[in-house]
Design a protein around this ligand. Structure first.
Ligand code: NAD
Length: 341
């Protein structure tokens, strides 16, 4: 049995608690949150035995094997590095960090201390996404032509007002960094490294420091092109989160509200490996935003530890998505094309 702990018992924490509860080989042994109210709330509701108000006290608990870092984004890197130094395996909520320097420090620390570490890009485990990635890997698309990812979601002002960190530059980022990052990860994962990128961001609907809409055009190292559109300002509800891949011999579009529905599946040699129908996810369930995907994240960490292998989603994957978003921010500020090495 592996003992898990959560730091940051806010809105995403219940998804971890549920996934850890469902997994036969994991226990939620401790929760840390500097807000003592969670003791009578989250800690009690989930029958967690230990509560720590202070992060350092949690780190000293030698019974904890894996730490799930669910605090505001600007805290991820420092907390991750401290956890790694304390010998804990870690699952970091997205984004891995808010700067590339911080991300590099997390990556270097994990390598140095030899712990298992991953970033929670749970949408990678959506069935249609997995099958699209398999088609990419076995070359079914042929030469890649272009790809698009779109997140058209709605967050009202009260979403941003509920916590001071939301929408800020130092603790969160905007629609691209917080919401669209899952899709940007999928785009990068499917299409490979990015060569150059231009982007525009603006804030049209909300009173927040960072963007509520951002768009970008990019060129991949392969020569294929890409388009990113991410918004939390779509009136009045979440409409779509999708990824479209267009190759010389294939087209796949995974859409729905949360990249959870197959929309197009056309391949020249489709008869060799047809799309396998899986249970269609009910996208009216609000938990799908965060997803059934947290269970596979927990499962993946368990097998990484048991089999002493790398988790499916690496810290470098976390850095890759961050790098694209920061390049869009830089391009939007400077008006330049940003070249990614
Ligand atoms: N994977 C997903 O789909 C998904 C969905 C939602 C949120 N997230 C990510 O999860 C993270 C948290 O988001 P949230 O919406 O749950 O935020 P939240 O504000 O609801 O919760 C954060 C919690 O961290 C606690 N906290 C703050 N500082 C702390 C400290 N120093 N020590 C201990 N606890 C501290 C707060 O008291 C709060 O309970 C963010 O990085 C966000 O991007 C990911």
């Amino acid at each position: 049995m592996l003992n898990f702990a959560i730091v940051g018992a806010g809105s995403i924490a219940p998804n971890y608690a549920e996934a850890i509860r469902l997994h036969k080989e994991t226990t939620l042994a401790a929760v840390c949150d500097n807000n003592p109210k969670v003791k009578d709330g989250f800690v009690k509701t989930n029958s967690v035995q230990k509560y720590y108000q202070n992060y350092q006290d949690l780190l000293q608990d030698s019974s904890i094997d894996v730490l799930c870092i669910c605090t505001p984004s600007g805290m991820h890197a420092e907390m991750a590095i401290e956890a790694i130094k304390a010998g804990k395996h870690i699952i970091i909520e997205k984004p891995i960090a808010l700067t590339l320097e911080e991300a590099d420090r997390v990556i270097n620390a994990a390598e140095k201390y030899g712990v298992k570490a991953t970033v929670a890009f749970q949408k990678r485990f959506n069935p249609a996404v997995i099958q699209t990635k398999q088609k990419v890997d076995n070359g079914s698309f042929g030469k890649m032509i272009h790809a698009n990812t779109t997140v058209r979601w709605y967050r009202d002002q009260s979403y941003y007002n509920q916590d001071q960190w939301r929408g800020t530059a130092s603790m969160d980022g905007g629609a691209l960094m917080n919401q669209c990052i899952h899709n940007i990860d999928l785009l990068r994962w499917m299409m490979g490294p990015v060569k150059k990128i231009v982007g525009f961001t603006t804030t049209r609907r909300h009173q927040i420091e960072m963007e509520d809409v951002g768009v970008s055009i990019l060129e991949f190292e392969s020569g294929a092109l890409g388009v990113i559109e991410g918004s939390t300002a779509i009136y009045p509800i979440d409409l779509e989160a999708s990824i479209s891949i267009f190759g010389e011999k294939g087209t796949a579009i995974v859409g729905g509200k949360y990249v959870n529905e197959l929309k197009e599946w056309q391949f020249r040699h489709e008869e060799e490996a047809p799309f396998k129908e899986t249970n269609k996810t009910n996208d009216s369930q609000s938990e799908m935003i965060h997803g059934e995907g947290h269970y596979p994240i927990i499962q993946d960490m368990v097998s990484a530890i048991k089999e002493d292998k790398s988790p499916a989603i690496s810290l470098q994957d976390g850095r890759n998505a961050l790098e694209i978003i920061l390049a869009i921010y830089e391009s939007s500020t400077t008006g330049n094309i940003i070249y990614i090495n």
